[in-house]
Design a protein around this ligand. Sequence first.
Ligand SMILES: [Zn+2]
Length: 252
Amino acid sequence: MFSLPQIPDDRKRKERDDAKYVGDTPVISVSEDNETLEPLPRFCYPGHDPELDKGELLYAVLEAARKYDMEEIAEKVSTQFVKYAEKYPFRLFALASSRCWTEEVKMAAKASLLYPVQTKYLEELDKVTVGDFFRLQDHHLRCSTAACSPIESPVGATYSLSLTWLDAHHWVWFTCPHTLSQQVRIGTGNLFASKWWVDGVRTMLNELRIRPRGATVTHPKIISGMALMAMDMCSCSDSIYEHLTSFTELFC
Ligand SMILES: [Zn+2]
């Protein structure tokens, strides 16, 4: 648009062409509204970039930046897209997939793993094809299966959990003598582990099935829930919290 040749001075008169004028300056009509265009030059000024705090605005500004080949601005807006996608992944997925924005679709799909599968109607979903919507659901399901597989025991197994990537090491749930124990499979074979830990890992597994992201495992609610169960039943409390934190980090 800005590369178009300027109208020669001798033609800069309302009576000579169809363009709108402000004084002697021709006005170029664009389809974007003021709210969408206003942030674009502000991204070029030194200092803080404008915060686009609404999904629709972010989408409109990104679309305008791409339309006018403002690559650096588009990149900056795309960075804000990630933050917003973590709050409203399904809305942003719908907007991005309606424009075939591959990178933003991937960001929104990844962010959607922080939430259960979307089953409620959202206005933005009208923009998504049925195929893309089911691809998103399928992605969630496959991530859920992949996230749970390092813990889940096979159907019919005699042990409660299967963590073949874990060694016996010094984990307190393998050495605690204070509570009932259950058999689990780890890298070196089957071992007995404290019931509080097995129950806690199962709770974690259920959460992970719904929200298959690392943040689910390291969430303080998960770790403190397991620690509270443990402290009710055993007196190895000195090392419980530290061991649970190391375990969840290792798993992620
Ligand atoms: Zn104990």
